[in-house]
Design a binder for this molecule. Structure first.
Ligand SMILES: Nc1nc2c(ncn2[C@@H]2O[C@H](COP(=O)(O)OP(=O)(O)OP(=O)(O)O)[C@@H](O)[C@H]2O)c(=O)[nH]1
Ligand SMILES: [Mg+2]
Length: 373
């Protein structure tokens, strides 16, 4: 079978996927001791999600990356209660997480209009504070953009992730390249005959220790968090990063990938995942594949045959295990239809889940006497 594919690339110059900002709540206003007047509170700083905004726009528009809210008004004879200082807003893209400088997650903004208070204004002066105002909160925050795609390709370098995506995207696939300094995740569109599209994030290779930020580390793993499903891509003949690092068989690769995801964020293992065994055209592929199949049939027991350092606490339950060759096209039509099937099944499960949640909520709001038994 001959596979032809046309890939059209759109480069996004200096794509910015994270930014650090200095935020400062406004100071409170002075109280008025003589008349017991309250100073106004300082304004707060909020991060607000807005569609169409990019982190690069924030960087360009606010080169000093400082956001300061207004100062509360002093209490005066004309206005005993001073007015609150004006809030400052950081308009940010939808799909970001906000962390403090010490790495603590302050919140996530996943939908248009979501907002997060990042620096509180100081209190205005009152009797209890001797009419003296307090300063607003100041801190450095970091906004991190996470890529959103239906499917995220997870694998060690050289497993053939990019080749696979190129082979899967036919007709006029669109691949958008996001340029980082050294890292370039790409979104490809797999297009079906009925024009249905599935977005696939082709991510740079993962290496052992990625959860500790080795290699592309966190920069890569954070994108996996926001894909609906995962696709593990494994070289049937195994993987060796360098001559001084251990050789890993295909099964060990599966364990190690699982372990890296688990150590980074355990919840990632709950995502539906397809296991793709690539390079089935290679001479030794069949025997390696049979060996891998035997191990996968009983992952739990098989994993104990390997050294401690490759074994994850929990194992990945794959929805499908598919042998393919990105080079010859073997298994790709099946893979393509299973990707779609798997995503559609997930949609149905989620919609049903949401429906029963709504039903439960409605039931809990109706007084028990009116619920038919
Ligand atoms: N024989 C064979 N070679 C393949 C196959 N798929 C990919 N390759 C080769 O494997 C090498 C790595 O392929 P890539 O698609 O760049 O692998 P990757 O997983 O995207 O690698 P990173 O981006 O480094 O993580 C290339 O030389 C490909 O030509 C396959 O099915 N069979
Ligand atoms: Mg690649």
């Amino acid at each position: 079978m001959v596979w032809t594919s046309r890939v059209c690339c759109r480069k996004y110059g200096n794509f910015v996927d994270n930014i650090r900002l200095y935020v400062k709540g406004g100071s409170g206003g002075m109280g008025l001791p003589r008349l017991g007047g309250h100073g106004g509170n300082g304004g707060d700083v909020w991060v607000v999600a807005k569609k169409g905004i990019t982190l690069k726009q924030i960087k360009d528009k606010h080169p000093n990356k400082r956001f300061t809210a207004g100062v509360g008004s002093n209490s005066s004879i004309h206005a005993l209660r001073g007015a609150k200082g004006e809030d400052a807003q950081v308009l940010a893209p939808v799909g970001i997480s906000v962390t403090s400088d010490d790495g603590r997650i302050l919140g996530e903004l996943n939908f248009e209009g979501d907002s997060l208070l990042v620096a509180k204004g100081g209190q205005g002066g009152t009797l209890t504070s001797g009419f003296l105002p307090s300063k607003g909160q100041t801190r450095q925050i970091r906004l991190d953009l996470k890529l959103i795609a239906d499917l995220g390709l997870v694998g060690f370098p050289n497993a053939g992730k990019s080749s696979l995506l190129t082979a899967l995207s036919h007709a006029k696939p669109r691949i958008a390249s996001y340029s980082f300094t050294t890292l370039r995740p790409e979104i490809g569109k797999v297009i079906y005959n009925d024009h249905k599209q599935v977005s696939v994030a082709d991510l740079p290779g993962l290496i052992e220790g990625a959860h500790e930020n080795k290699g592309m580390g966190h920069r890569f793993l954070k994108h996996v968090e926001r894909t609906k499903q995962l696709m593990f891509v494994v070289d049937v003949c195994g993987f060796q990063l360098a001559s001084n690092t251990p050789f890993r068989s295909a099964f060990e690769t599966v364990l190690l990938l699982t372990k890296e995801l688990e150590l980074y964020k355990e919840e990632l293992l709950g995502k539906p995942a397809i296991l793709v065994i690539n390079k089935m055209d290679l001479p030794e592929a069949q025997s390696h594949f049979r060996e891998l199949e035997a191990y996968l049939e009983n992952q739990e027991e098989s994993s104990h045959l390997f050294s401690e350092d490759v074994i994850p606490k929990s194992l990945m339950r794959f929805t499908h295990i598919i042998p393919v060759s990105a080079t010859t096209g073997l298994g790709l039509p099946l893979l393509k239809s299973l990707i779609r099937q798997s995503l559609e099944e997930q949609d149905v499960i989620e919609t049903e889940g949401q429906r029963s949640e709504r039903l439960l909520k409605l039931r809990s709001e109706i007084p028990t006497s009116s619920v038919p038994s």
